[in-house]
Design a protein around this ligand. Structure first.
Ligand code: ZN
Ligand code: ZN
Length: 344
C-alpha cells in the first residue's frame, strides 16, 4: 500500500528495508539485527526525499544516526537496482525449504498460533493477517499472551476486550479471510488458566501453554498439564515440552506423556506441532505417542513476525516423517469445521 505523503524514492528505500526485516525474521536473526533495520526505516521515513537522493549518491547515508553499513547498503542497492546484493543474498539464505511435508502444507488452510504487537510480536494484527493471506491461508487464530506473562506484555481482560474490537473491524475489511479470536493462555502452576472463564468462553480458539516453573517434578507437571487440557475452554496444547534447541538450549520438561496425550484425546484438545526452528516441539517420539493416543494435531508457527509465518513447512516435514495424516490436522479444516470441533 503506498503512502501519499512519501516520495517514490523514500518508498523504494522503505520497501527494501521492509523486505530485509521480513527475511531476517524468516531466518530467526538475532533481534538487535532486526531492530537495526527497523530503526533505519524510521530514520529514512523522516528524511526529506532530496536529502535521501543526495546521500545515496555521495555515499553518506551511513553518517546518519541510525544507519549502519548493512542498512545503508540495502538502501543504496535498491536505488541502483542491484539484483544480487545484500537483500537477494539474504532472501536466498533465508528460504524455507520443504521436503516430505509438501502435501500437508498444501492442505493447510490456517495457522492457529501467532502473536502481534499487542503482546510480544513485532507486527500489527493487520500485517500478520495480510501475510497469512498471501501465503494462501483462509484464516488465522490470533493468540497473544495472557496477563501473567508480563515480560511479553500479556493482555489482561481489558486489553483483550479492546483487541477483540480491533479484530472485528479488521474482519469487516478482510472477508472472506477471517481472523479468529484466541489467546495463548498461560497454564498456571496448579493447572488453572490465566484468564477469566467468561472471556475464555468468548474466544474462538484457545491455546494453553506452560511458560513458567518448567522444572516441576514429573508428577506435578503431569497433573498441571492434564488439568489444563481437560478444561472445556482449551483447544490446543502449545509447545508441550518447552525444549529449546538453540543457544544455551533447554531440556524438555518432565511429565508423563501418556497421561497428557490420553487427556488431550479424551477432552478434544489438539497437540500443537510448534514449528519454531528453536522449538520443534514435540520431539518425534512424543509426536508418535500422541498419534498412538489418537490425538488431533495443529501445525502452528507461533510466529512473532510476518516472515515467521512461513515456518509451517518445518512442522509439516516433521509431521509427515512421523506419519501424521491430513485428517488428524485441525488447521487443514475450513474455519467453520474448526469452530464446530472446538465448540464440542
Ligand atoms: Zn508460548
Ligand atoms: Zn506463542
Amino acid at each position: 500500500m503506498s503512502d501519499p505523503d512519501l516520495s517514490p524514492d523514500t518508498e523504494t528505500a522503505l520497501r527494501a528495508l521492509g523486505r530485509a526485516v521480513y527475511f531476517l525474521d524468516r531466518e530467526l536473526a538475532p533481534s538487535p539485527k532486526v531492530r537495526a533495520f527497523q530503526r533505519a526505516a524510521t530514520v529514512i521515513a523522516g528524511l526529506p526525499g532530496d536529502e535521501l537522493i543526495a546521500r545515496v549518491s555521495d555515499g553518506t547515508l551511513v553518517d546518519l544516526d541510525g544507519l549502519g553499513p548493512s542498512t545503508a547498503r540495502v538502501v543504496t542497492e535498491a536505488f541502483h537496482d542491484v539484483d544480487d546484493g545484500y537483500l537477494a543474498q539474504l532472501e536466498q539464505r533465508s528460504l524455507v525449504e520443504i521436503g516430505p511435508g509438501t502435501d500437508l502444507r498444501e492442505a493447510l488452510r490456517g495457522d492457529c498460533h501467532m502473536h502481534s504487537t499487542w503482546s510480544d510480536g513485532g507486527a500489527p494484527i493487520a500485517t500478520m493477517a495480510a501475510t497469512a493471506r498471501n501465503l494462501g491461508h483462509e484464516y488465522i487464530v490470533l493468540t497473544d499472551h495472557s496477563a501473567r506473562l508480563t515480560i511479553a506484555h500479556g493482555l489482561d481482560e481489558g486489553r483483550l476486550a479492546e483487541q477483540l474490537d480491533e479484530v472485528r473491524a479488521l474482519n469487516d475489511d478482510l472477508a472472506p479471510f477471517r481472523i479468529l479470536t484466541g489467546m495463548e493462555v498461560d497454564i498456571l502452576e496448579d493447572g488453572a488458566l490465566d484468564l477469566d472463564e467468561g472471556m475464555l468462553a468468548d474466544l474462538d480458539v484457545v491455546v494453553a501453554s506452560v511458560h513458567s516453573k518448567l522444572r516441576l517434578p514429573a508428577a506435578d507437571m503431569t497433573k498441571r498439564m492434564v488439568t489444563a487440557v481437560a478444561s472445556p475452554h482449551v483447544d490446543i496444547l502449545g509447545h508441550c515440552t518447552n525444549r529449546k534447541l538453540t543457544g544455551r538450549g533447554r531440556p524438555p520438561s518432565d511429565f508423563d506423556a501418556d497421561y497428557v496425550f490420553a487427556a488431550c484425546a479424551r477432552f478434544g484438545t489438539a497437540v500443537e506441532i510448534n514449528c519454531r526452528p528453536e522449538r520443534q516441539d514435540p520431539p518425534d517420539d512424543l509426536l508418535a505417542l500422541a498419534l498412538e493416543w489418537d490425538c488431533h494435531v495443529a501445525i502452528d508457527t507461533d510466529a512473532h513476525a510476518p516472515g515467521q509465518l512461513e515456518w509451517q513447512a518445518y512442522g509439516c516435514d516433521k509431521a509427515a516423517e512421523v506419519g501424521v495424516t491430513v485428517d488428524r490436522v485441525i488447521n487443514t479444516w475450513p474455519a467453520e469445521q474448526l469452530l464446530s470441533w472446538v465448540g464440542q
